[in-house]
Design a protein around this ligand. Structure first.
Ligand code: NAD
Length: 371
């Protein structure tokens, strides 16, 4: 029977292809053991698309991605593309997808798996069991709002400027995602801005407060200034459940939170857009935070776990397959507990494995969990 879950798979370049191959094995496992089928189409993006199709994202691949229920993305880039004109660079393919799919909500979980507690730079008691979600607004604020630019001043100096502007509807739509996320988690939202010194922050707080009264009274909401939030993230990160914030603060705070967990090879992400009026599903793209890692590409050294955790996010947020999402995350935890490690998370007393070995460990863990 054909599946009604349409997934567009875009492996991209470098280790993107390797970690996606690992992901496909997990998908096959779910199809076989949980009857969870996907209608998968595969396309080219980034340097691979430039090489074969003359552009980092073809119109056809973009249309297929928009038509899919979810896009599963690997990574793009590589030194061989460094000298291409700006519009042909591999990263333009990724940015075009985010823009054309209007993916305004960026979800970056920071989760610490028990076997990796020691990889954090913070004390174990501060990070063990950590599970927070940073929700960053991705389409507005300082990186997009006008006016912005560099201009010549009459006295010969130059002036560079950006605008941190947000409208009511932009704040409301990200606020709604935050409350929805909290409902699937511990039910708490911290809204972060700098309303003490920025007008955009004053409006942000006002709109989130009003939305909370209207649509989110089942959620516990508190407000925090962004500088304090940065401090609290390294002082006592477990106080947070969902943090919702703007584009600029989200960029900084999500990287800060990510490093609480240790390694780039462990970090998943999701970017969501507005729900489709017919299906109710949001436009969505799931991708590991890391890039194409040219230094280890093609050597069976890439850690596939960030990709697999991104896939687990897809199961949870696009398809509501909570049990299967939990299963994949538990299998990752077990694989780590078995002592298998790729080079990026290797520690004393563990067994060094490649991408294939780590994938095998996750598959074995799935088999064990299914028994
Ligand atoms: P990177 O994330 O590719 O690599 C940084 C370092 O982390 C490297 O040493 C790499 O070997 C290691 N690393 C990353 N992911 C790993 C994994 N899964 N397992 C083991 N080790 C891993 O970042 P970079 O080196 O700055 O960029 C390389 C290319 O990737 C560039 O072309 C850049 O533009 C692109 N990039 C793409 C994305 C994306 O597709 N979303 C994100 C960041 C960078």
């Amino acid at each position: 029977m054909a599946s009604n879950r349409k997934v567009m798979v875009l492996p991209g370049d470098g280790i993107g292809k390797e970690v996606m191959a690992s992901n496909m094995q997990i998908m096959d496992w779910l199809a076989k053991h949980r009857s969870l089928d996907f209608d998968v189409s595969e396309g080219l993006v980034g340097g691979a698309a430039y090489d074969a199709e003359g552009a980092p994202l073809s119109d056809e691949t973009l249309a297929d991605s928009i038509a899919a229920d979810a896009v599963l993305f690997g990574a793009v880039g590589g030194p061989q593309y460094d000298d291409l004109p700006f519009e042909m660079k591999p990263e333009r393919g990724l940015l075009a997808l985010r823009k054309e799919m209007d993916l305004f909500a960026n979800l970056r979980p920071a989760m610490v798996f028990a076997p990796l507690v020691a990889a954090s730079t913070l004390r174990s008691d501060l990070v063990s069991g950590l599970d927070i979600m940073i929700l960053r607004e991705l389409c507005g604020g300082s990186y997009f709002a006008e006016p912005r630019g560099i201009e010549e001043l009459p006295d010969g100096q130059k002036k560079g400027y950006d605008t941190n502007a947000y409208t009511t509807s932009e704040i409301e739509r990200i606020g709604r995602v935050a409350f929805d996320l909290a409902r699937k988690r511990a039910g708490r939202v911290t809204s972060v801005e700098k309303s003490n010194v920025m007008f955009s922050g004053v409006l942000w707080r006002e709109v989130i407060t009003a939305l909370h009264e209207k649509e989110g009274s089942d959620i516990a909401l508190n407000h925090m200034f962004a500088d304090n939030c940065a401090m609290q993230l390294v002082r006592q990160p477990k106080q947070f459940d969902v943090i919702v914030t703007d584009n600029l603060f989200g960029d900084l705070l999500s990287d800060c939170a990510a490093m609480l967990t240790g390694s780039l090879g462990m970090l998943p992400s999701a970017s969501l857009g507005a729900p489709d009026p017919e299906t109710g599903l949001p436009q969505a793209m799931y991708e590991p935070v890391h890039g194409s890692a040219p230094d280890i590409a093609g050597q069976n050294k890439a850690n596939p776990l960030a990709q697999l955790l991104s896939f687990a996010m897809m199961l949870r947020y696009s398809f509501g397959q909570m049990e299967e999402a939990d299963l994949v995350e538990q299998a990752v935890d077990r694989a780590l507990a078995s002592g298998k490690r790729t080079g990026d998370i290797m520690s004393e007393g563990c067994e060094l494995v490649g991408t294939d070995g780590m994938t095998r460990a996750v598959l074995d863990a799935l088999d064990e969990l299914a028994r």
